[in-house]
Design a binder for this molecule. Structure first.
Ligand SMILES: [Fe+2]
Ligand SMILES: [Fe+2]
Length: 271
């Protein structure tokens, strides 16, 4: 089977340069500073690029997006991201995604539920587990939320708690997953290129424990994003960071070929 892995599409508001800051709210006004500093220009065409990725993903057996679908976690960005994903968004058997830190900026003064509202299909799990477990062909995908209910601009840290790790180990040992290629899906990368740890305000709390549990449970790979630098770190488990698939000059994704419950081939593709 073919599995497409992309990430951090950061679909943003069209015409954000003309939007009054008070329309975006005080927190988004702060995040918008990042856009003006240069980030906005890098993602002006993100929506169109996501449309192209979705078309390619539609030809694979399954596509995975490891979070940060949006730029400011704005309702309009969620609607646009979903629309750009087209038929893929409707079909949980063909597409798996989770929220990144940008998708969890507070909305109307409260923790945001916009990800859940725009991607209700993603609640589905094939195993009774606190985590989302999807069985697709020869692979089992285990999604873990590393963001939590609330994220803020600038402080982009992720976290894993003990109960997540216990649930991961239990899922990896579940009899239903025997013989399948076990793939863990998170937003925050557990390490940087070359295996270094990320900065405390940007990295993943519990990263080492995640790597240990994944190894103990026989996970074949961890798919992640968040760090906008594409790399593969040899395992076990293999760590695959798809970076931003839509960022200007860095567009791309990974294609995994899975056969008999193992990753047979992993190829980077330019968009
Ligand atoms: Fe990102
Ligand atoms: Fe992120």
């Amino acid at each position: 089977m073919k599995l497409l892995h992309f990430s951090d599409t950061h679909v943003q508001l069209p015409g954000w340069r003309e939007r009054p800051l008070d329309e975006l709210g005080p927190l988004r006004a702060l995040a918008t500073v990042e856009l003006w500093k240069g980030r906005g220009k890098l993602f002006d065409d993100a929506e169109e690029k996501l449309r192209r990725i979705a078309r390619i993903g539609g030809e694979a057996d399954h596509a995975v997006c490891t979070g940060d679908l949006t730029q400011l976690g704005h309702a309009e960005e969620f609607a646009r991201a979903r629309e750009a994903l087209g038929a893929l968004a409707n079909d949980a058997s063909r597409f798996t995604t989770l929220a990144g830190n940008h998708d969890r900026y507070p909305w109307q003064g409260a923790p945001s539920r916009l990800f859940e509202e725009h991607f209700p299909e993603q609640q589905h799990t094939d195993l009774p587990s606190p985590l989302r477990v999807r069985i697709v062909g020869d692979a089992a995908l285990i999604a873990i939320d590393t963001v939590g209910r609330l994220a803020w601009p600038v402080i982009a840290r992720g976290r894993l708690c003990k109960s997540d790790l216990a649930a991961l180990l239990a899922a990896l040992h579940a009899p239903h997953l025997e013989g399948l290629c076990k793939i863990v899906i998170v937003h925050h990368a557990p390490l940087l290129r070359g295996g270094r740890a990320d900065w405390p305000w940007h990295g993943l709390k519990g990263a080492r424990a995640l790597l240990r549990v994944a190894r103990e449970g026989g996970a074949d790979a961890i798919l992640c994003g968040h760090i906008h630098e594409r790399f593969v770190h040899e395992g076990p488990p293999l760590v695959v960071n798809a970076a931003s698939s839509t960022e200007l000059g860095k567009e791309g994704y990974f294609e995994l070929t899975i056969r008999r419950g193992r990753i047979e081939r992993l190829e980077e593709r330019k968009l």
